[in-house]
Write a protein that binds this ligand. Structure first.
Ligand SMILES: Cc1cc2nc3c(=O)[nH]c(=O)nc-3n(C[C@H](O)[C@H](O)[C@H](O)COP(=O)(O)OP(=O)(O)OC[C@H]3O[C@@H](n4cnc5c(N)ncnc54)[C@H](O)[C@@H]3O)c2cc1C
Ligand code: FES
Ligand code: FES
Length: 1392
């Protein structure tokens, strides 16, 4: 019910893509995303629900001070009622495949910027919002900034950036509402519909939407020598390639992709109705929440006085998280967004006053304006705030969240609060009847998330004084990832300096330092301030300050958040940086009346972070010419992903987008809260009484078998008596809505009796907790006899942590029952056949009654090979009993907690080598953290053992595997399947050999590298070995040795910034090592209109498998690609398919498709002969009339392989090599990748654009694993985390690479002239092999740390466990700042 106080108050409305909606009552808890998806706009995706991935990005537009304001926002955190009076534009509002794509969508599609497509609508909307909102042409930096809040797990971002950088505007006037309306031939303000044809067919550039003649540009064929499918000479194309293209002046400009025939049709106009609406008090009541949006300050104060417990909400970026993840409930919410006084920014003589509801974006813009116009000495604090905001969340968050929200949350890691505290800011509280109350920022934070605000008060405004001459304010922040991440430690520091008694001496008049991230609240540092005030700004004072900071920043060993030594060291590093910064500033400001007297190499301590926009180049060889002029040339061409246009327009359907009938139910899982316990109670009484809850099901309700497991049946659908991991499924609740089901699941009571838990490999070794059935071992030569021949022997342990798949689409499934116990399953799985098999078994029905379908996945990477099966089984049980469809979709945190990750590994090693560095013997024991069941850990360990040689010949080698049984959710397949762990350990000992001998790593790697005909430690002869070809190519194309010298020069000149350069090779074996899995089927139908439908057993998850298969079919049948379609993967078309995994799908399904097409071609050959001039359709019809079967089943099994244990487990090997250069900030561990050169042997690619996408995406994912991504579990190393719980279970805490993390200069080359005789069309697999190239970044970082240690006088080898996070890098730099906190050989804590 709308409870507006004035009867004349307008009804609550919003516009969505030009359509007017009256907002429903009683939805105070609903988000915009929920509403959009309910009304069928499923293009906007749910990736995380916490504002961290950008998949849900939409554009919000509102009328403000006579103009329209556009901004991107996360629909998952945006309250539905917050968009009252606004226009919402979703991806569907831009364009679609039928009517024409918007240029933003089109450019992304043709430039290969969409693989799985789940992130794609979010990227489209971020870019579109930028174009609509910026007043000046966006630079490439602006574009990268705008994408900082969007994550992509597939592409490695480069193609997305290339596509969007074509949009840098040159004429902002073309983007005004008037100009857009004029382009449609409608008067501004008169349009109400969003769909009028854009008259852009001539004169408007499809890439920039600006005046240009490129629409007339002639399409030229693709297939240039070096391209990303859109470029000609180099891939960093801009513009469209027309002679007078608006981008023609840009280097490398030009694009030979033809603009789509039908181009954008929609550019949503801001609805005129929204321009004239008066501000009014909106009040909507509901069962759980009443939502108020007062129009005046008086109304706001009245409301707060009447409801002291009410939540003030602006961006909802804190409150929304509390409601979703902490189940907080706020019956009254008040949005001050329309209260004028709360949204003002006023400049006074002495400073600036900012209303508490001002958004961070607005504040940043206003501050930038002041910085440009005020005297320099006044703006030091403003600059610090602007600098800090650059690294504060992503654009979407900054666009909606308010300054007041950040302050009042009182978070100990707020990025701004330490700055306010240091910069003499005053916070003004306001209450009805009590008026304004000014509180110094330094006294406002009173406890963990507690502030000095009385219940009836609101935070009204913030008063920030201008700085005075020789007063310096500086911001500091270090986070695990630079872009869109919360701080580990941050700080605000201020000093006011004045001339002292003697010449050249300047003393500290005032000092204030505040830290975040070192206590339960942001704190002042009184000892530090006292150590500074009254003292000269010199080295002695610095030393006193470094000593004092140790008194202020005290953290107990197991303080929440961990990283205790790092946090303390960071605080000291910031002090040091501030000292150098202020000294250099003062020197400049006083025209050297003060002299910093700092050697130039010390200046690097204060050097600001600088990153240039990323760019890339891709090289591949031109595909072979077709055999005859009449043969279509499809294979080898860089065709865009077949579904790219559907993905960029949001029309691509994922499992959770499937529309179900009205009676469908939603399921929510009841899961274990303990890592190991006996179940003592399971009571759903309370849950079953809750509104909307329909049923609860557990083990006793399973009609068939409760035992499941992909290989071993050692898991249960529902735990019966014992739980062995947090997140293990105990039961399932179904309800009429997701909210009801989730509330019901929370209400189910589970009782536990704790049992001892094992959480890490080391604990498992100690407890002897192994899966004893695993006895994998590989051996060659005479290991025991070889040690005596070795000049050196090294021993020790290495550790590499696990990795979350972080596919953007969480695991989800749908079960639809039919007559007579038939079921249709839809799921986001890489293994539909397994879902069919296990659901049939669990329901006790035959497999032929269960059809399992998958259209596409929003990413899989191995994480959807087996771990989604138990979800489907759990959802199938209520569907069976109730005979109603059931949908189950995991939230991101559930998915991360319960579906397993890449295995963490530990290796013990003994490696012997000669004086010149030749490896003579190696003995390794590999331990993986298998988790609470076998899952695929067996085969994963097999593959790790098989890759323990990397590309190095080891004449005497013994490798044993051990599977550790722990109380983590079962770990599972992940791109590389254990191979990367084996490869990484080999690179670790090779590097240790080099350091032991004092030789360059590259020399040792080259010396030991395999040659043609060498035999691996498992007995396979290397044929067509291209290890050295890739290696030499990359060393030469990257100018490795010249750059090595340049790096050394740089390091000499910079004490506190160090660079590192490293080269690493790779080799990856292709085939399932379980032999029977190497088989594949396909079904090809030819219809009478000449179209071809291909179905095969593989799943499309972004890797372009369907596109490649369609290319194979088109070429085999000699028809254009457009004739071929692949709809879905389905067990009733191709039975018993192996999971889409092991990178072998193109090889195997390509073989099967080819087999089917050959049969069809043979059948059609007589009719082709009979009708030499007949069209394909005529040939097909002639055959049909002759009663020829136009459908064929194809089959392929990989020949001549043995599986694990034999001498030929692999059909062939892929090779590659990479060189990476990095720079680190020694004082913080901050890092960036300056350049990476990759060379990958992918045979003759079936589709070079797709293969380049796999190489780039694989590299970035591999780099993420080894550098950024850290899983933290509640184990002995992290006692501050609840036992067995995963702390890093969302994008807020678990950091995959963002757009800012990719190499600034990113060069990819597919090795030329490298046909593969053992796979289809001489191609090679590409999904997993490039993953390990990310190791080059790890070793480059290590090189940089060596340089830092050398500068500190610490020499020799050191252990660096993976991932090489800023924490590890910083602590190992071993300089005088960090030495008081850790020893030089520290091994920071790791969950392993
Ligand atoms: C993905 C993501 C990334 C983030 N990154 C960062 C980051 O890098 N650095 C950082 O510091 N923070 C970060 N945050 C935290 C958050 O965005 C900020 O704290 C934000 O400024 C909160 O503003 P809001 O308007 O959304 O607050 P809301 O959620 O609307 O409100 C937050 C709290 O403040 C109270 N409140 C708001 N305004 C007032 C007022 N005027 N008077 C009294 N109480 C008030 C509310 O009642 C509530 O308790 C991030 C959050 C997310 C979701
Ligand atoms: S779903 Fe909204 S940001 Fe991830
Ligand atoms: S294409 Fe970006 S997540 Fe898959």
């Amino acid at each position: 019910m709308v409870i507006n106080e004035t009867t004349s108050a307008p009804e609550p409305i919003c516009y969505i893509n030009g359509t007017r909606y009256v907002l429903p009552d009683g939805r105070g808890e609903a988000t915009l995303l929920q509403f959009l998806r309910e009304i069928g706009l499923t293009g906007t995706k749910l990736g995380c629900g916490e504002g961290g991935c950008g998949a849900c990005t939409v554009m919000l537009s509102h009328w403000e001070d006579g103009h329209v304001v556009h901004r991107s926002a996360n629909a998952c955190l945006c309250p539905l009622y917050a968009v009252e009076g606004m226009q919402v534009v979703t991806v569907e509002g831009l364009g679609n495949v039928r009517d024409g794509l918007h240029p933003v969508q089109q450019r992304l599609a043709v430039m290969h910027g969409s693989q799985c497509g789940f992130c794609t609508p979010g990227f489209v909307m971020s870019m579109y919002s930028l174009l609509r909102s910026c007043e000046t042409p966006p630079s490439e930096e602006d574009i990268e900034d705008a994408l900082g809040g969007n994550l992509c797990r597939c592409t490695g971002y480069r193609p997305i950036l290339d596509a969007f950088k074509t949009f840098a505007k040159t004429d902002p006037a073309a983007y005004t509402e008037e100009a857009i309306a004029a382009s449609k031939g409608i008067a501004n303000g008169s349009a109400t519909s969003a769909t009028t044809t854009n008259g852009a067919s001539s004169g408007v550039c499809p890439s920039s939407c600006l005046p240009c003649d490129c629409a007339a540009a002639k399409a030229t064929t693709n297939g240039g020598a070096t391209t990303n499918g859109c470029g000609t000479a180099v891939a960093t194309t801009n513009g469209c390639g027309a002679a007078n293209c608006c981008k023609k002046a840009r280097a490398g400009g030009g694009c030979d992709v033809a603009p789509a025939a039908s181009r954008p049709t929609s550019e949503p106009i801001f609805p005129p109705e929204l321009k004239t609406r008066p501000a009014f008090h909106l009040a909507v009541s509901g069962r759980n929440v009443t939502w108020h949006r007062p129009a005046t300050l008086e109304q706001l104060l009245d409301l707060k006085s009447a409801h002291p417990a009410a939540k003030i909400v602006v961006g909802n970026t804190e409150v929304g998280i509390e409601m979703k993840f902490k189940n907080a409930s706020y019956p009254v919410m008040i949005a001050p967004t329309h209260v004028k006084e709360m949204n003002q920014i006023a400049v006074t003589e002495t400073g600036v006053e900012i209303g508490a509801a001002v958004t961070l974006t607005r504040m940043m813009k206003a501050f930038k304006g002041l910085i440009a116009t005020r005297p320099r000495h006044q703006v030091s604090a403003l600059e610090a705030v602007v600098n800090q905001l650059r690294w504060f969340a992503g654009n979407q968050i900054r666009n909606v969240s308010a300054l007041g929200g950040n302050i009042v949350t009182g978070s100990p890691i707020s990025d701004l609060n330490p700055l306010w505290m240091a910069a003499r800011t005053t916070f003004v509280a306001l209450g009805k009847d009590t008026g304004e109350r000014a509180v110094p920022a330094s006294e406002f934070f009173v406890g963990y998330r507690q502030v000095d605000l009385r219940p009836h008060e609101i935070l009204f405004k913030i008063v920030l004084p201008f700085t005075r001459p020789n007063e310096y304010v500086k911001e500091f922040k270090q986070s695990p990832r630079r872009e869109d991440d919360i701080a580990i430690v941050n700080a605000g520091m201020r000093v006011k300096l004045a001339p002292g008694a003697s010449e050249g001496v300047w003393v500290v008049e005032e000092a204030a330092v505040a830290f975040g991230g070192v206590a339960p609240r942001a704190i002042m540092a009184p000892a530090l301030a006292a150590a500074l005030v009254g003292r000269a700004w010199d080295q002695d004072t610095l030393q006193a300050a470094l000593a004092a900071v140790r008194q202020d920043v005290v953290l107990v060993d197991h303080a929440p958040g961990g990283k205790v030594e790092y946090r303390r060291a960071l605080a000291a590093s910031f002090v040091f940086k501030f000292f150098v910064h202020a000294a250099l500033q003062l020197e400049a400001d006083t025209a050297a009346a003060y002299q910093a007297n700092l050697p130039t190499e010390e200046h690097s301590a204060a050097k600001a972070y600088e990153r240039h926009p990323a760019h890339g180049v891709q090289f591949y060889s031109k595909p072979e010419a077709p055999p005859t002029p009449a043969t279509v040339s499809v294979v080898g061409q860089p065709h865009p992903h077949m579904a790219a246009e559907l993905q960029v327009s949001g029309e691509a359907t994922y499992t959770d987008d499937i529309k179900l009938t009205q009676d469908a139910l939603v399921a929510a899982l009841v899961t274990s809260a303990k890592p190991h316990a006996r179940i003592t109670k399971l009571d759903a009484t309370a849950a079953l009484q809750m509104p909307g809850v329909v049923g609860f099901y557990s083990a006793k309700d399973v009609p068939g078998s409760n035992a499941i497991g992909p290989v071993w049946y050692d898991e249960e659908v529902f735990a019966t008596s014992e739980v062995t991991a947090v997140g293990q499924v105990v039961g399932v609740v179904v309800g009429t809505t997701e909210a009801a089901a989730r509330a019901g699941a929370r209400a189910v009571e589970v009782g536990y009796e704790d049992l001892p838990a094992v959480m890490s490999i080391e604990e498992a070794i100690e407890a002897g907790a192994f899966y004893d059935d695993y006895t994998g071992k590989l051996e060659c030569g005479d290991v025991d006899g070889a040690w005596t021949q070795c000049d050196h022997v090294i021993t020790g342990t290495y550790k590499v942590g696990g990795q979350e798949h972080f596919y953007l689409e969480p695991n989800n499934c749908v079960v639809i029952p039919h007559e007579n116990d038939e079921f249709t399953l839809y799921s986001s799985t890489q293994a539909p056949a397994k879902h069919q098999k296990y659901v049939a078994s669990v329901l006790g029905i035959p497999a032929h009654k269960v059809v399992s379908k998958t259209k596409r996945l929003g990413g899989g990477f191995g994480g959807k090979e087996t771990r989604g099966i138990f979800l489907h089984c759990a959802a199938a049980v209520p569907s069976y009993h109730l005979k109603r469809p059931v949908r189950l979709c995991l939230d991101r945190d559930e998915d991360m907690q319960m579906t397993g990750q890449r295995h963490a590994f530990l290796a013990t090693y003994k490696v012997g080598f000669s004086a010149d560095g030749r490896v003579l013997a190696a003995e390794l024991d590999l331990y993986n953290n298998a988790g609470n069941s076998h899952d695929l850990s067996h085969s994963i360990m097999d593959r790790a053992l098989l890759h323990s040689d990397c590309v190095y010949k080891v004449p005497n080698m013994r490798v044993r595997g051990h599977m550790c049984r722990t109380n983590q959710a079962s770990n599972t397949a992940f791109r590389g399947f254990g191979g990367p762990q084996g490869l990484m350990f080999a690179e670790m000992w090779i590097e240790q050999i080099a350091k032991t001998l004092g030789k360059p790593d590259v020399e040792i790697r080259t010396l030991n590298m395999y040659d043609e005909g060498d035999v691996t430690h498992f007995g396979q002869v290397l044929e067509h070995c291209r290890a050295r070809a890739c290696w030499q190519t990359v060393l030469s194309s990257s100018s490795f040795w010249e750059r090595k010298a340049q790096v050394a020069e740089f390091n000499k000149a910079n004490r506190w910034r160090k660079r590192g350069l490293a080269a690493t090779p790779t080799k990856f074996g292709i085939s399932f090592t379980t032999k029977f899995l190497n088989q594949a089927g396909a079904l090809v139908h030819v219809y009478l209109d000449g179209t071809v439908l291909v179905t095969h057993g593989g799943v499309e998850m972004g890797q372009g498998l369907h596109t490649k298969m369609a290319q194979v079919a088109a070429q085999a049948l000699n028809v254009p690609l457009s004739k071929v379609f692949i709809s879905e993967t389905s067990t009733d078309k191709v039975p018993n398919a192996s999971p889409t995994a092991a990178s072998a799908s193109s090889d195997m399904y390509g073989g099967a498709v080819l087999d089917a097409c050959r049969q069809l071609s043979e059948r059609l050959a007589p009719y082709r002969t009979k009708l030499p001039n007949g069209t394909w359709k005529e040939v097909v019809n002639a055959a049909y009339l002759d009663r020829v079967d136009l459908s064929a089943h194809g089959f392929y099994s990989t020949p001549d392989i043995t599986g694990f244990g034999g001498r030929r487990p692999f059909n062939y090997f892929c090779f590659g090599a990479a060189v990476s250069e990095v720079e680190i900030d020694v004082l913080t561990g901050d890092m960036q990748v300056l350049r990476s050169d990759l060379v990958m042997d992918v045979g003759n690619p079936l589709n070079p654009a797709i293969d380049i996408g796999q190489v780039e995406g694989g590299f970035v994912q591999g780099m993420g694993w080894l550098v950024l991504e850290e899983l933290m579990w509640g184990d002995k190393q992290h006692p501050w985390i609840r036992p067995g719980h995963l702390f890093t279970k969302g994008p807020g805490t678990y950091k995959i690479p963002s757009v800012n993390d990719i190499p600034v200069d990113f060069r990819v080359q597919l090795l030329a002239n490298a046909p593969n005789v053992r796979a289809i069309h001489s191609s090679k697999a590409v999904g997993e092999p490039p993953f390990h190239l990310g190791a080059s970044v790890f070793f480059a970082l290590k090189e940089a740390v060596y340089a830092a240690r050398e500068a500190a006088g610490v020499r020799g080898y050191f252990v660096l466990d993976a991932p090489a996070t800023p924490e590890r890098l910083r602590l190992l730099c071993s300089d005088q700042i960090v030495q008081p906190y850790v020893p030089y050989d520290v091994r920071p804590k790791i969950s392993c």
